[in-house]
Design a protein around this ligand. Structure first.
Ligand SMILES: C[S@@+](CC[C@H](N)C(=O)[O-])C[C@H]1O[C@@H](n2cnc3c(N)ncnc32)[C@H](O)[C@@H]1O
Length: 255
């Protein structure tokens, strides 16, 4: 295991479960974003994302979920992704340990070849969970979006005592539209499942404050760390492939 650091960011080259065990204190992280391999046969540099069975995959997920829950502070939040097929298992498992506040759909436009004999998948699930449903960070004023109805057409809202223009801003619902990262986008890196900075920006702004610590155990191209650094948060990112560690070191300006 090797550790690289700058003022705000720690990057760990190593295996996630071992690194979680050995390098991160319990109750020390405010926000966790987990985007693990999905067990759908992708190739991540020298790592093949294919378990012997679905059961083996979810058992492995349960192991790092338990560790992530331990690492979170008592008012911490976790956002967790996996495939649409595996998510029901993780959802059932997590709801005994944390409160799931939102089941988010990350919806995107099509890219590449689409299914023709069935309805192709154009979304991925994200669970938003908190340790304490009565006290957690949710900076709604930092993630407001333009309301589509009413406000756009300058409609008047007659529901209250006095008519007034519709509110133009609202907290996003649980369907999030962000384009996937594509070749030629500024943020593009060579990785098969890089997540968009805009997605991480919403999560980090909503569920953490400046100076707090964010953890991403399967960092890939270190999108979480890059956005955390831009927004003045501390972060710890773990990744087991050297090729992606090199991307992280460059992206985060760690020399
Ligand atoms: C879905 S990708 C994460 C993509 C990332 N969110 C991004 O925006 O680039 C999952 C990553 O986990 C890494 N990985 C797989 N098994 C791992 C393990 N046991 N420990 C640490 N990293 C692992 C893979 O190399 C891959 O880069």
């Amino acid at each position: 295991m090797k550790i690289f650091q700058n003022e705000l960011t720690t990057l760990i080259y190593g295996e996630a479960i071992k690194a979680l065990n050995e390098s991160i204190d319990d109750n020390s992280v405010h926000l966790i974003f987990v985007d693990p391999p999905y067990n759908i046969g992708k190739t991540f540099s020298h790592f093949k994302d294919k378990w012997q069975s679905d059961e083996a995959y979810v058992q492995w997920c349960y192991e790092w979920i338990d560790m992530c829950v331990q690492k979170l502070t008592k008012n911490g939040s976790m956002y967790l992704m996996t495939s649409t097929q595996a998510m029901p298992y993780l959802d059932l498992y997590i709801r005994n340990k944390m409160t799931i506040l939102s089941r988010i759909v990350w919806a995107y436009d099509s890219s590449g070849v689409q299914a023709r004999q069935y309805f192709g998948s154009l979304w991925e699930p994200i669970l938003f969970c908190v340790k304490n449903k009565n006290k957690y960070t949710f900076n709604k004023q930092d993630i407001l979006i333009e309301a589509k109805t009413g406000a756009k057409r300058k409609l008047i809202d007659y529901r209250g005592d006095k008519p007034k223009p519709y509110n133009t801003k609202k907290v996003p619902g649980n369907v999030w539209d962000f384009p996937r990262v594509r070749y030629r986008m500024d943020e593009y890196e060579e990785h098969p499942s890089q997540k968009p900075e805009a997605l991480l920006e919403r999560i980090i702004r909503a569920s953490s404050n400046q100076g707090e610590r964010i953890l991403d155990p399967f960092s890939g191209t270190f999108t979480t760390s890059a956005v955390a650094q831009k927004l003045g948060r501390q972060s710890i990112g773990i990744e087991c492939q050297e090729e992606y560690i090199k991307i992280g070191l460059r992206r985060l300006n760690i020399l």
